[in-house]
Design a binder for this molecule. Structure first.
Ligand code: ADP
Length: 176
């Protein structure tokens, strides 16, 4: 599924983000940037050890913020590591933090003059964010950013599994 936001494209695909050829892929990292399971593990596994070495030098990243490294053996040029909130019922500022992961990731991409960025469904795995709520926040945040920043030409959400894809598609249809 694809929509135009001014001159930019917002696209939803089902797939594995480690295979993306966008300028940057976003990693749902933990605050120690230590690698882990889920999409984080998949990115480090596919990208090779240079990414974790750069992460070690950076040291860490607070929840809601983002840092950037090169992308080792991946097709993307950069990995933007951002730390989503752990879902605790929705009353602990999770929405603000999840919005911030998307804004901060896109700001980093803009500052590096990147044209295309791929996001996974941040916080919806072990961090437990309900996918429909996370999709609403992720999509509205990216749409608002693209409306104001024409420099990013393509944002893709690369969603792991049909179910997550369908929920994102449903939210995008509601919004647009
Ligand atoms: P978090 O800790 O932020 O919840 P997870 O990695 O556990 O991060 O999950 C985030 C999302 O990434 C989940 O929807 C999960 O299914 C998805 N995911 C896992 N592996 C991949 C992959 N290779 N490509 C894209 N998405 C992935």
């Amino acid at each position: 599924m694809e929509v135009k936001i001014n001159n930019s494209t917002l696209s939803l695909v089902e797939g594995d983000i480690t295979k993306e050829e966008t300028d940057a892929i976003v990693n749902a990292a933990n605050s120690r940037l230590a690698g882990g399971g889920g999409v984080d593990g998949a990115i480090h596994h596919a990208g090779g050890p240079s990414i974790i070495e750069e992460c070690r030098k950076i040291g860490g990243c607070p929840t809601g913020q983002a840092v950037i490294t090169t992308a080792g053996n991946l097709r993307a040029k950069y990995v933007i590591h951002t730390v989503g909130p752990v879902y605790q019922g929705g009353t602990k500022g999770e929405a603000t933090l999840l919005r911030s992961t998307h804004v901060e990731s896109l700001k980093l991409a803009s500052s590096k003059k990147l044209k295309s960025v791929a996001f996974p469904a941040i916080s919806t795995g072990v961090y437990g964010y309900p996918v429909d709520e996370a999709a609403h926040i992720a999509l509205t945040t990216v749409i608002d950013y693209l409306k104001e920043h024409a420099d990013i030409e393509l944002v893709s959400f690369v969603l792991f599994g049909r179910k997550t894809y369908e929920i994102f598609a449903e939210e995008l249809r509601k919004i647009t």
